[in-house]
Structures are given as C-alpha cells and as structure tokens.
Design a protein around this ligand. Structure first.
Ligand SMILES: N#Cc1c(N)ncnc1-c1cnn(CCN2CCOCC2)c1
Length: 318
C-alpha cells in the first residue's frame, strides 16, 4: 500500500514542496500573496527506508526530530548562525514545524563523513579515495576516519539520488571562498556533534547540512548561481534545513560499533530487520512498495527516536 502522505492544508500558508518526509510552505500576507522573507518547514511522521516512504507513519517522529534539530541549532550557534525565526506555527503542525528565514540556498548538499560506510565506502573500495581525498589502505565498513571528509553532492530533483561532486565542483558552483567556508563548517558541525553525542552513547557516522546566504539581495530575474559566485563571499552563511537528526545523519549506537560489518542503525534497525525478514514477505530488490509495518515495529521505532532525543538533550520528550 503506498503511504498516503498528503501534506495538511494550512490556512494562511501555501504548500510549496514535499520531500519524502518533510513539507515546505510559504506564509501568505494579508493580500493572500506569498511572503518572500519566510518559509514554514514541517516535519511529517513519515519514515523512509530502502528509498520507499513506509506505511504507517511513526507517531511523533516529526515532533521529535524538529525538537532535536532546534536543540542542535542552539548547541552549534557559536559555529554558525541559523535560519530559525519562530516556533509559533499553526496548531495542526504544532511541535513539528518551524518558521524560518527565507535564504538564498547554496546548491550543494554538504556532507561530512566521520566513519566510512554506504556510498563513501563504495567509492573508497573502487578508488582508494572519497570525493578526491585519498584514504589509507585497509579501511572497512564502519572504519573511523582520522578526520571527517567533506563529500558534497548536488541537490537532485525529488525522487532522484543526489550526485557526488568533487570539491573543485563545489568551487565551480559557488566560488572558492564559500566552498572553503561550507566545507570547514560542515566538518566542524560533525565534530561538535560527535563530541556531544559520543558522551551519550551515539555515534554520528555522517551528516548532511544545507546552507543559505543572508544578504545576497537578488535582483528580479537575476541568476542566483551567478550572483552567488560573484558576491556570495561577502554574504553571511546561515545554517538551514535540519541539523544532526536521524533523517540527515547516520545514528549508530556507540556500544555496538564494530568495524568490518554494516553497523546497526540507532533508529531504523527495527524497520530494516522486519522489512528484510521472511515475515514481511518483501524483498528490497523487488521494485514494489514494502508492506505496512506491524504495530510493534512502529512503536519500537518511535521509542528509538524518543530515546535519541532524551539521551542527547537530557530532556524528557513531552
Ligand atoms: N531550510 C530551508 C530554506 C530556507 N531557510 N530558505 C530558503 N529555502 C529553503 C529550502 C527550500 N528547500 N530546501 C531543501 C530542504 N527541503 C526542506 C523542506 O522539505 C523538503 C526538503 C531548503
């Protein structure tokens, strides 16, 4: 059954875009026109695995990840300003939405990897390097890297996979100064994240962040890419989207870390184990949508999201 995920209609807001698990709206002004200075970022309870949006949603997932991201923005405020303006949002999405400053987004998915797995491991096995950065021989699935590697990608259209790009590709897209700034910030965000998370029994293997510019002041019809390349370096780089959540990062339980095999996911392992078990009757290579998750898998997954939030923030999830 395809997950029914029609984003809610929100009076006073226009729905702009839906990703797998989040929805974007524009607040409307008194005349009913879109405000150009704000956006509403809504996290749904949807969960995706093996490139499918699963059914049913995980209760409170959107709220837990929104509150976790807000907490991380505060923890990282000395590294970078962020785009959050307010949590005064419509009742229908209370707790799982944020009003944000509308920025001129950089066309780069900024990924940093502290541990080798997934696509980075595949590239390493093929080339001995990741995103143009040579790595020592003998690394295995889950190996911790001496220092995080910046492995950027392009922003693919909905439903397509982001394409890895080289650091030089980032320079060509946004200019050398901004490229260096976002690479350094992405690595520092992952290092800070792991300083905090490791103490609480969670390893952040990698993370994806997005940045926007404050102060670009695009003229009507002006090409954003050209403007970014020509005067982006004099703008303020602002941390946008979500930060260091289980949807933007690989969360691993630290006590189960064992290089040389795929690491268990802190939040998605119950889902993966059930979907790949004979009980589900599904195969991830089948090309068909997975079956609905059993209630016990849904509840166990909800509990893992809540546990991640409470471990990291030290605050009970209300
Ligand atoms: N954040 C932010 C932001 C901002 N502060 N200003 C202008 N644009 C954006 C923006 C627009 N799209 N995305 C990609 C992330 N999407 C989020 C919603 O869900 C789908 C994915 C970011």
């Amino acid at each position: 059954m395809t997950a029914p995920f029609a984003p809610p209609a929100l009076p006073g807001y226009e729905h702009l875009y839906s990703g797998k698990v989040r929805d974007l709206y524009a607040p409307l002004d008194e005349a009913g026109a879109q405000r150009t200075d704000r956006l509403l970022l809504v996290a749904s309870d949807r969960i995706s695995a093996y490139d499918h949006v699963l059914d049913p949603p995980i209760p409170d997932k959107g709220a837990v990840l929104t509150q976790l991201s807000l907490w991380w923005f505060d923890q990282l405020a000395d590294l970078a300003p962020h785009h959050v303006v307010s949590t005064d949002v419509p009742e229908a999405v209370a707790g799982r939405a944020v009003l944000v400053e509308r920025l001129d987004m950089l066309p780069v998915e900024c990924v940093a990897r502290g541990y080798l797995t997934g696509g980075g491991l595949a590239e390493y096995r093929a080339k001995g390097e990741v995103s143009g950065v040579p790595l020592p021989a003998g690394l295995v699935d889950g190996s911790r890297l001496e220092e995080p590697v910046f492995t950027p990608s392009t922003k693919a259209p909905m439903g397509e996979h982001d394409e890895p790009i080289s650091y030089d590709g980032v320079v060509a897209e946004i200019g050398p100064a901004l490229a260096e700034q976002v690479r350094d910030l992405t690595v520092r965000i992952l290092l800070r994240g792991n300083e905090i998370a490791a103490e609480r029994g969670i390893l952040l293997a990698d993370t994806k962040v997005e940045f926007g510019l404050r102060g670009l002041d695009l003229a009507k019809g002006e090409d954003a890419g050209e403007a970014i390349r020509s005067r982006g370096a004099s703008c303020e780089v602002v941390l946008a989207d979500e930060v260091l959540t289980p949807d933007s990062s690989r969360f691993w339980p630290a006590e189960e870390w064992e290089p040389g095999r795929p690491q268990p996911s802190f939040d998605k392992q119950f889902v993966r184990d059930w979907l790949t078990s004979p009980e589900s009757g599904w195969s991830k290579d089948s090309g068909v949508a997975p079956p609905s998750l059993p209630a016990e898998v849904v509840q166990a997954t909800r509990a893992r999201y809540v546990e991640a939030y409470e471990r990291l923030t030290g605050t009970p999830f209300a």
